[in-house]
Each structure stands twice: as structure tokens, then as C-alpha cells.
Write a protein that binds this ligand. Structure first.
Ligand SMILES: Nc1ncnc2c1ncn2[C@@H]1O[C@H](COP(=O)(O)OP(=O)(O)OP(=O)(O)O)[C@@H](O)[C@H]1O
Ligand SMILES: [Mg+2]
Length: 345
């Protein structure tokens, strides 16, 4: 009795562990895999141009990169940073690309201390502002920094007052001029531009201004559909689980686009969670109900859409219901045929 009781307890546990390990490694891959799509590579090129041209020019070639939350800005710049690893040498560190996040709330001293700490200054928070600036400039030059990437640059807009912290932007302009090192500032669309525009001298240094836009899937623009289709295909590959095949692919793409707004972070969030549910259920491919659950649990509140695009059955083409000003659906409409819906898209 005792022995059989022991085996009953231990056998399922062992089996669960094995499945979990396998599942965990596949899911870890799905969660960390990076997709370097054409626009991603083009932006890497822009960054590299700024870095290389600054070596030749007598003024640093700075760049800004904006985008909505989840557009993939931090992922993109961190992937660039990874191309230039920090080197620890006997005479100190070499940091070709220096990445730092803008603290929040931010002050001039707080910003200087953050950068000093990231560069490895053991007394980052000590001294007068003058002394901190002196150490910062000296350390950036000693570490042979070729470019500074400042993420979450929109923190220079005070959350409570919505005012731009002009002292910080002015301090930054001086730092760029004193070090002659180009900066790439990264942040929320519209906000970065607003900060740069309030300081003409700072603005002039930022000749390259780019926006990482969400994917479009516009029926009147085949290129936009193809670009989105290709990204979804890459995502399916890195996630390792195919999307439902019972739907025409174009219909599936429109549902995914409606569900995510074409924002990479939303799309990856949806597909990663759907993959997790699929593996938990030991299924080989995602199903519409799985995607519907993933949308409800992971995106619906953030996206604020009136309908769950994965609840429509495969023989109907999903069409978003018109929405009243208060966000409520106007009412139920007849579902158009596949041909009608595809024509009107
Ligand atoms: N090229 C990519 N390949 C795979 N996943 C990506 C890619 N770009 C972004 N993601 C995923 O999207 C999510 C959001 O990305 P990220 O944090 O870079 O967005 P962000 O634009 O910096 O957002 P925020 O403005 O909120 O900081 C992350 O989970 C990331 O893994
Ligand atoms: Mg970010």
C-alpha cells in the first residue's frame, strides 16, 4: 500500500516536470526571440550613420527615435547596443555605445548621477553639480564612448505639470557640446519632439528624427499588407506555433491588426500568450478560441476595442462594429460575405 502510494505521488510529478521543462524552453525562446524586420534594420543603419559621421564631423550628429508605447524602441536600441559590447581593460572600461534610461522624476543632478553610476563611478551621487559634470565628461571620454543612447527621454516632461524640464534639456545641450559625442534620444511619439523644439540649440544638433510606426494593414496599400504579413510570418516562426489555418490568411491578418493596432509589443504579447495556452493544452496549432482568450486577458483593456476579433466564426469575416462617442457599439450589423468584406477593406 505504502509503495503504491509513493509511486502514485511521484510518477505524475516527474512527468509534469519533464513537460514543463520542454514547454518552458520553447516558451522562453518564444519570449526572447528577436525579429529584425526591414524597418528595424533601416533604423539600425540610421543609428550607425550618426555614429560614424560624428567621427568625421566636427559637430556630433544626434538622432531622435519616437514611437507609441510598445512600438519596439527599447528593443531596437538595445539590440544595437549589443553589437558593441562593453570591454573591461586594465586601464579601464571601453563603452562604445553607452545606454542609459532617463530617471523619473528627473533633475539635472539626478540625471548626472544616473549616467555616472552607469559608467561605473563608485561615488556617482556625491559632490557638487560642477564636480559631477567634470567627472561625467572625463569618464565618457576615458571610456571612449562613441554614442550615448538615452531611453525614456520623455521623462523630461514633468508628469504633474506637463511642463518641460528646461534645465535638464539645457544641461544636456552643454554635455553634448562639451563631449562632442552624439546622443540618440528615445521616447514616446510627439513628446521627444516637443522637448527638442523648446530648445533651438539642442534641436539643431538633432538632424535625424525618426519614428518607429506601428505596422499598417491598409487594403488600399498592398505594400503595407505585405509588410505586416511578413512580420506575422516571422513571429509565427520564432514562436514555433502556427496560427489557425481554417481562416483565409488575409482575414487572419486583419483580425490580428485590429486586435493589436499593428503595434509590435501588442502583437508579440498576444501571440506569446496564445502560444503558452496552446502548449498548455498540448495542441499543435493556435485556435480562434485560444486567440480570443489571449486577446481578452492580455490586450482588451489596453487596446480599448469594442469587439473581440477572434470571436467571429471562421465562415464570417470579422468587421469592427461602429462605435458611439462613449465607446459603446452602435448595434449589431449583418456580417458581410468574405468577398464583400475583402472588397471594402
Ligand atoms: N523586433 C522585435 N522582435 C520581437 N519582439 C519585439 C520586437 N520589438 C519589440 N518586441 C517586443 O515588444 C514588447 C515591447 O517592446 P519595447 O519595450 O521595445 O517597446 P517600447 O517602444 O520601448 O515601449 P515603451 O515606450 O513602453 O518603453 C517587448 O515585449 C518586446 O519583446
Ligand atoms: Mg521602451
Amino acid at each position: 500500500m505504502r509503495r503504491s502510494g509513493t509511486s502514485r505521488r511521484s510518477w505524475p510529478k516527474k512527468s509534469r516536470c519533464k513537460m514543463n521543462d520542454e514547454t518552458r524552453s520553447l516558451l522562453a525562446q518564444a519570449n526572447t526571440a528577436l525579429i529584425r524586420y526591414p524597418r528595424f534594420k533601416a533604423l539600425h543603419n540610421d543609428i550607425r550613420e550618426c555614429q560614424e559621421m560624428s567621427r568625421l564631423a566636427n559637430e556630433p550628429q544626434c538622432m531622435s527615435l519616437e514611437g507609441v508605447t510598445g512600438a519596439g524602441k527599447s528593443t531596437l536600441v538595445q539590440d544595437y547596443v549589443a553589437l558593441f559590447p562593453r570591454l573591461e581593460q586594465t586601464d579601464g572600461a571601453r563603452i562604445p555605445i553607452f545606454y542609459a534610461e532617463t530617471p523619473s522624476p528627473v533633475t539635472v543632478k539626478g540625471m548626472a548621477a544616473t549616467l555616472l553610476a552607469r559608467l561605473g563611478d563608485p561615488a556617482a551621487h556625491h559632490g557638487t553639480l560642477w564636480a559631477m559634470n567634470f567627472r561625467l565628461i572625463r569618464l565618457m571620454l576615458a571610456c571612449q564612448v562613441e554614442m550615448v543612447i538615452l531611453d525614456d527621454f520623455h521623462h523630461l516632461i514633468d508628469k504633474e505639470t506637463n511642463r518641460i524640464l528646461e534645465q535638464v534639456s539645457d544641461w544636456l545641450k552643454v554635455l553634448i557640446k562639451e563631449t562632442n559625442i552624439p546622443f540618440l534620444v528615445v521616447g514616446i511619439e510627439g513628446k521627444v519632439e516637443r522637448i527638442l523644439e523648446t530648445n533651438a540649440q539642442l534641436s539643431r544638433l538633432f538632424a535625424v528624427r525618426q519614428i518607429l510606426q506601428p505596422f499598417r494593414c491598409d487594403p488600399s496599400d498592398e505594400t503595407s499588407q505585405q509588410e505586416f504579413a511578413r512580420f506575422v510570418q516571422y513571429a509565427e516562426q520564432v514562436i514555433g506555433i502556427p496560427l489557425p489555418v481554417m481562416l483565409p490568411r488575409l482575414d487572419m491578418l486583419h483580425r490580428l491588426h485590429y486586435a493589436t493596432g499593428g503595434v509590435v509589443g501588442n502583437l508579440m504579447n498576444l501571440l506569446r500568450y496564445a502560444a503558452w495556452l496552446t502548449r498548455q493544452g498540448n495542441q499543435a496549432a493556435m485556435t480562434l478560441p485560444i486567440l480570443a482568450t489571449a486577446f481578452d486577458k492580455r490586450l482588451a483593456k489596453h487596446i480599448k476595442k469594442s469587439a473581440n476579433p477572434f470571436l467571429t466564426t471562421p465562415d464570417e469575416v470579422f468587421v469592427a462594429e461602429p462605435v458611439m462617442n462613449d465607446g459603446n457599439p452602435v448595434g449589431k450589423r449583418r456580417q458581410p460575405s468574405v468577398a464583400e468584406a475583402l472588397q471594402t477593406r
